[in-house]
Design a protein around this ligand. Structure first.
Ligand code: NAP
Length: 294
């Protein structure tokens, strides 16, 4: 039976992974007191004692704006720790799945990014994630880096939960219409990861970087519109929702600059492993009724 080490079980993707990976083997999911990504010793000791056949790293620093002021911690968690994990994995020939982000790109393209496109992050979060990708690749083991995009779930903070809250609290909401991406339910990342790990032999034959997002893409305004339409239906509450209005990123500055376009071309993972993801809008429709506020 394979032993799987899951890091980040309290996060959006990690929480879903704990459920999805459980049937695949002996799942060990330490919290940050048991495996602290800021400490090389803690990482090495945990891996040594657990002796995993597979490591899934869903831990990291994910608050994009906070990474500007806390860039050292972001770099430690996202840039340095993945390299140490990859070294540990390479030493014991364990398979590593590591999540990265489409925020490694500068967003100046207007067609979906492929794995061949050159990263050029525009903020500290993207720079830290790119450093992590490079450290994982440099370790030379059997690692898959899955570049994820706009993740949402029913926990922590994310765009969908923020929209639902704000849309009830305000009469008008201005949402940027010039940031394009593929909203992806954390549950779908977890299920896709489990599907991939069900065939570890195949994964070992084709390590590397893969784009993995929901099919198709939209603007943040279109995403918010879909969320609120779904919430109206699901809750049965037709009134008292904010009117959603378009704005631009230039008029709505954040501490961290955002890449405008981060849609991904997912053909590489489809060709390599037959992996396809559902469409973003269908999954938003499926997600909303799962919320307990209904
Ligand atoms: N969120 C997005 O929109 C998005 C988009 C693209 C890619 N990704 C990538 O997908 C992965 C998962 O993202 P997510 O949104 O699920 O993350 P998340 O919800 O922010 O969860 C982060 C996880 O990392 C853990 N963690 C933080 N500091 C730690 C430390 N020092 N030692 C050990 N664990 C620590 C957290 O534990 P605590 O509960 O103890 O804090 C939590 O379990 C990340 O690699 C992220 O970069 C995310």
């Amino acid at each position: 039976m394979n032993t799987i080490l899951l890091i980040g079980k309290t996060g959006q993707v990690g929480f879903e992974l704990e459920r999805a990976l459980a049937p695949l083997g002996r799942l060990v999911a330490p919290d940050r007191t048991e495996l602290d990504l800021t400490s090389a010793d803690s990482i090495r000791q945990a891996v040594k004692s657990i002796q995993p056949d597979m490591i899934v790293n869903a831990g990291g620093f994910t608050i994009v704006d906070a990474a500007e002021s806390d860039s050292e911690l972001a770099m430690q968690l996202n840039g340095v720790a993945p390299g140490i994990l990859a070294e540990c994995a390479a030493e014991t020939d364990a398979l590593l799945i590591h999540y990265s982000t489409t925020f490694v790109f500068d967003g100046t393209k207007n067609t979906p990014y492929t794995e061949e496109d050159i990263p050029n992050p525009v903020n500290a979060y993207g720079r830290s994630k790119l450093a992590g990708e490079r450290a994982v690749m440099a370790a030379g083991g059997k690692s898959l880096i899955l570049r994820a995009s706009w993740v949402y779930s029913d926990r922590r903070t994310n765009f969908v939960l923020a929209m639902l809250k704000l849309a009830r609290a305000k009469s008008e909401l201005k949402i940027v219409d010039d940031q394009i991406g593929a909203p992806t339910w954390a549950r779908d990342y977890a299920d896709a990861t489990a599907e991939l790990l069900a065939n570890p032999t195949r994964l070992r034959e084709a390590p590397g970087i893969y784009h993995l997002s929901a099919q198709s893409y939209c603007s943040r305004l279109q995403w918010a519109q879909r969320v609120i339409e779904g919430a109206k239906k699901s809750s049965g509450i037709a009134t008292g929702w904010a009117e959603l209005l378009p704005t631009t990123t230039a008029l709505y500055p954040h501490p961290a600059p955002r890449p405008l376009y981060t849609a991904t071309d997912n053909r590489k993972i489809e060709l390599a492993f037959g992996m396809t993801m559902p469409a973003w809008d269908e999954r938003v429709d499926a997600f909303i009724p799962t919320l307990s506020w209904r």
